[in-house]
Design a protein around this ligand. Sequence first.
Ligand SMILES: *Cc1c(COP(=O)(O)O)cnc(C)c1O
Length: 475
Amino acid sequence: MRDDRQNADPLEIAARRARAFLASLPGRPIAPAADAPALRARLATALPDGPSAPAAVIAELAEALEPGLLASAAPRFFGWVIGGTLPAAIAADWLTSAWDQNGAAYALSPAAAVAEEVAGAWLKEIFGLPAEASFALVSGCQMAHVTALAAARHHLLAARGIDVERTGLHEAPRFRILLAETRHESLLRAIRLLGFGLDSITLLRCSEAGSLEPAALAEALAEDGRPSILCLQAGELNTGAFDPFIPAIALARAAGAWVHVDGAFGLWAAASGRFRPLLAGVEGADSWACDGHKWLNLPQDCGFAFTAHPASHRAAFAQTTGYALLAEDTRRALDWNPEWSRRARAFVVLAALRSLGRRGLAGLVEQSCTACARLATGIAALPGAALVAAPIINQALVRFRDPAGRDDDARTEAVAAVVREEGEAWFGTALWRGRRVMRISVVNWRTDLVQAERAVAAVARALARLDRGAAREPG
Ligand SMILES: *Cc1c(COP(=O)(O)O)cnc(C)c1O
């Protein structure tokens, strides 16, 4: 065996292991088998002095790592908002690594540059964004926020005669940044990184479902002379709620504010005729952020930023480099991204969109929403369970009553923990309006009604197990 590995092809070994892992996903326990000490015992060997045969390295490394994998790509994984990976996207990702193209410029990879042009155009078409919007393929929605808000920073300050790329924020007035109280934390980090500071944030009251109330917005947007950014949500993390884009954007326009939309997963609702009305008016914003690695089911490390102001976007990122070769560049990929060298992210985007087509993409979105609805009603019908937020799209919240009448938060936490421990399904919990809830997020192409039923049964078993445990320990 060892000798085999000396001469074997590491790619063959990787392909074999990858196939076995993917085939195991529908059946394997979702929770990892190994904890940190067990993984350290396997991995924290002395740094090797000399080389090893690549095939042996891959076989041994995979052996050591696999027990520590969370099967988040499995069809009954409902934690956070994490998709699986479409078969075509995995294969394209392998080729992306093998081809090792640097996505920074046309001269470095005409294939990557043109694929990126096409990906940008297709994504704008799917999301219903203006055809002339600028875009960047970044690592995820976090960096999409940074990219879009850097464009906003340039735009709002240039209008006040300030060249922020030259002077920084030293000569700038304080910004006013309006966020929903339910905003995703990644926006806060973008605000910190761009120098606005967390003190520039005003949190806005939301409805029970987690969307902005136009009345609160009108009050907060009252003109005060400061450069202002309003962040709206297309798909709130817990409930999937959509902000009322038409009135919110009209109010922001009147106040001269830049409107940014966090549509990490919710922007994909545009792919389905059934859900597209939730996004009515979203195209009127100034910038949009979305993820490829959530609902499109790309491998991790792909997000999209778009802006309606290409000149401001470019001004925030353009490099006046002396590289003569870059002069040939059509789009100058380097000018729209925060990174210099980067992965050719468009290959997986094109692979996923070609493999799904418009109908497949709509089908994926609708199947996820249908499965989420089944999970929500199925779980809510179990003893002691209650629906806290019915799905608007693919997200829902449930909660469990403590039969002893003591602590529903602890009961909810315990139910999720027992489900995870059994391994058949995986749910996380969150704090929603001061109460502990179990969150259901469905964004995986493998999750259908059959998988939803199996997960409901897993929750029923967890409840029964908790009650048997309680019966055994009276008091
Ligand atoms: C996941 C998520 C983000 C952050 O996206 P990353 O791709 O993890 O950087 C931002 N906003 C919302 C609503 C999200 O669900």
